[in-house]
Design a protein around this ligand. Structure first.
Ligand code: 5GP
Length: 126
């Protein structure tokens, strides 16, 4: 199985500083920023800085340092945005779309952290 990373995707351009973003957190290996078209009051995208297409690509090929950093970055974003149920937040959903069935729009791995309102059921039944 090979993954073809497209250097011209919009998140690669954000990482290169060619397109502005509203950064929430930056770490050695990860960047978190506000989604340009938020689906809820909290809608943050967390991306690795490395060239990974999807969650499976990242999970299989990223280094231990990258995986650890990314996981901790997601935790930190939940803290920063106040959605953590354990700290009085009302919860959130983390979503990582991959490929055509999930309708992945941007082919650079990202996790959506969405919250700030009731999000309804996870998947529509159609
Ligand atoms: P996907 O469908 O790939 O899981 O989600 C891609 C997300 O990227 C969408 O929620 C979309 O609003 C967001 N997005 C697309 N272009 C930009 C952009 O230029 N800047 C930011 N901040 N978000 C973007």
């Amino acid at each position: 199985m090979s993954y073809n990373y497209d250097d011209n995707n919009i998140f690669a351009k954000i990482l290169r500083g060619e397109i502005p973003n509203k950064t929430v957190l930056e770490t050695d290996y990860s960047l978190a920023f506000e989604d340009i078209s938020p689906a809820a009051p909290v809608h943050i995208l967390v991306i690795p800085k490395g060239p990974y297409v999807s969650h499976d690509h990242f999970a299989i090929e990223a280094s231990d340092e990258e995986v650890l950093d990314y996981t901790r970055a997601i935790g930190e974003v939940c803290k920063i945005t106040g959605v953590q149920p354990s700290s009085g937040g009302s919860g959130f959903r983390s979503i990582a779309n991959a490929g055509q069935d999930a309708i992945q729009e941007v082919p650079h791995f990202h996790t959506h952290i969405i919250g700030g309102r009731n999000l309804g059921r996870m998947i529509s039944p159609n």
